[in-house]
Design a protein around this ligand. Structure first.
Ligand code: ARG
Length: 244
């Protein structure tokens, strides 16, 4: 009799443990790098922004809770591959280089690069900074464009946009190349700077990255993006953070 009770107890515990695991399965994890306002940034102790809202909509669609994992930008694709995160929403430009490693959803935002310079600078575009000291962010498309497309030699790279902007303010850099919307945010928040828009920068499309082969999630995410576009909700979200 005692043995049977003991066995029953073990069985009950096992079931309890399994259902705990089941609760974990009700969470979907988004990877991001929250140093990229208006797409993702930290407000109080929360990660907010355009991508955080898109992520929340994806979680809602899946009927799961959203967990946001803030990490270095360069670690994001690796985190996807090793299942540390389920999707990456990080103002990430969908390009061929990255498509070798991950799949991308339909795009949700068209961006381009911007150049931040001192307010009194006579730099007018990318051609004026080819021989200058230029700051960029490690692993961002801006860095790749400066070094590979424009062959800028005197580059300094930083972990976060804010670090590059500080060096620019201190006169250690002539320009910082970073996505246009974050560039505008930095200029709004820091005195003595301006943004140069140069039409020769190509358009970049932001998309959600998903582990290769996870078509089930990819389809769901594409449904969410389509719905956000059709209902006008995407524009609403973008305007809320972009024109703040
Ligand atoms: N769009 C650029 C890229 O894909 C920069 C993205 C940076 N995003 C971020 N959350 N820090 O490389």
């Amino acid at each position: 009799m005692k043995k049977i009770i003991a066995l029953l107890l073990v069985a009950v515990l096992a079931v309890a443990l399994v259902s705990c695991g089941g609760e974990n399965a009700d969470v979907v994890t988004m990877g991001t790098n929250a140093a990229f306002e208006p797409f993702e940034f930290i407000e109080g102790d929360e990660i907010v922004g355009i991508d955080a809202e898109i992520g929340a909509t994806i979680a809602e669609k899946l009927g799961k809770d959203l967990k946001i994992n803030d990490m270095e930008f360069e670690s994001l694709l690796g985190a996807l591959k090793t299942d540390k995160v389920d999707f990456v929403a990080a103002g990430m430009t969908a390009n061929d280089e990255r498509r070798k490693e991950v799949d991308f959803s339909d795009t949700y935002y068209t961006a381009t690069q911007g150049i931040i310079v001192a307010e009194d600078s006579d730099i007018k575009g990318i051609d004026d900074i080819l021989d200058k000291r230029v700051g960029a962010i490690t692993g961002y498309t801006g860095e790749v464009i400066c070094t590979e497309t424009y062959k800028i030699k005197d580059m300094l790279t930083f972990k976060r946009g804010v670090d590059a902007v500080m060096e620019l303010k201190n006169g250690k850099l002539d320009a910082v190349v970073i996505d246009l919307q974050p560039a505008k945010m930095f200029v709004d928040k820091n005195e003595g700077l301006k943004v140069i828009e140069d039409p020769s920068f190509e358009a970049e499309e932001y998309a959600i990255a998903i582990k290769k082969g996870n078509t089930e999630l990819l389809e769901k995410v594409n449904e969410v993006i389509a719905e956000l576009k059709e209902t006008g909700k995407l524009d609403e979200i973008i305007n809320k953070y972009q024109n703040k």
